[in-house]
Design a protein around this ligand. Sequence first.
Ligand SMILES: *Cc1c(COP(=O)(O)O)cnc(C)c1O
Length: 463
Amino acid sequence: MKSRNQYAEPFRIKMIEPIRQKDRETRNRLIEAAGYNVFNLKAEDVYIDLLTDSGTSAMSANQWAGMMLGDESYAGCSNFFNLQQTLEEIIGYKYIVPTHQGRAAENILMSMFVQKNQEIPGNMHFDTTEGHIRLRKALPVNLVIDEGLKIESNYPFKGNINLEKLEKKLAESSRDEIPMIIMTVTCNSNGGQPVAMDNIRKASELAKKYQRPLFIDAARFAENCYFIKQRDIAYKDISIRDIAREMFSYADGCTMSSKKDALVNIGGFLAFKNNEEWYEKAVQIQICYEGFRTYGGLAGRDLEALARGLLEGIEEDYLEDRIGQVHYLANLLTKLGVPVIKPTGGHGVFIDAKSYLPHLPQSKLPAQALVVELYREAGIRGVELGTCAFGYVDPQTGNEIQPAQELVRLAIPRRVYSDRHMQLVANAFSSINARKEKIKGLKITYQTEIMRHFTARFSPADS
Ligand SMILES: *Cc1c(COP(=O)(O)O)cnc(C)c1O
């Protein structure tokens, strides 16, 4: 990988959106009023917003121009055909079902394939994917390789699926018990870690051998292809487009959240390689929940921005800058002694709060405490992926079950912030470093049964 000062952003700025940092006293007041949950803050009270990379990308002049060409006809709008043609070129799939978001594509796919008591294996499902599987009273099964869960492992493809475990599952089950396999690229849930081409190919061979369809959750497919190019010598001279085409050739279809690698603020789709019967079945469900087959919950202008964004998202200089910026922030933090997950994934920097704040036991929510401290220090908004997001109260015993990892994610929106913003994030950590032993833990004062991290409220824990 080139060092960050060997190239500059492959774009210049045409339009700006002012952001302001509130003073420290105001930030302290606002975070307390928000119940120490950054989801409750107003965005205008945040200075650098690293809550998520989803739907937060800056669109290009080319995309905005495309929006003016939105054909808002109910049926057969020209932008749909442009999207279809673009996707046929990039991923090689024929049948495209637009949806309003990635989770809507998941809803259609799961309605078609998943029934009660079945198991759905994958490398590591995203939380909405899990939600859709569980809604149908089926069981999501994560078979990510062991290295994928080791914070200290430097393995280059920590999103890989464990092929032995997958084969065992498939060999021991019928198609009624395991109806399909899902590979998520990159693997969002363990830090945006990539999946190797070889691993996808072998998973596909197993899928064929045992006659189950394989689907790709493609939200960050372009970032995954870039990692393949960087980390697998066999692909170093292959274009991202050709890598993408090969990767998708191994699956039977995909779901996509366009809010990630397609560089738009809303949208998604479901696509099938060549199975017309599946496509027509999907359209039935699409029409009920999303809209007619050529718009699926999106305006014509959104479809046009999406078609254009897909092409920009696989440009190599864009990906170099994008992944390079994530890497740049991770390096700044590493130099300050902040423990980050290595190798850096595609869409953000993940900090190990357990080892950063060793004086706080997991029950005092060290990751959430660090998220709060970052906001207090500089108005930066990250997100907790630890006990609050993944822990839960065991309904039988009433005990709190804690997840293995206690992480803070700083997700980086695409084409939005400069390296100087990243430097300010590092500066904030430098100040926090000096007083980190004094950071107090938190306790939950309000929570819901599912997805509690979005709405929970906290107060300082008793020391
Ligand atoms: C964001 C995401 C989804 C869900 O997509 P939405 O557009 O947010 O509904 C599904 N899978 C992965 C891997 C994602 O990152």
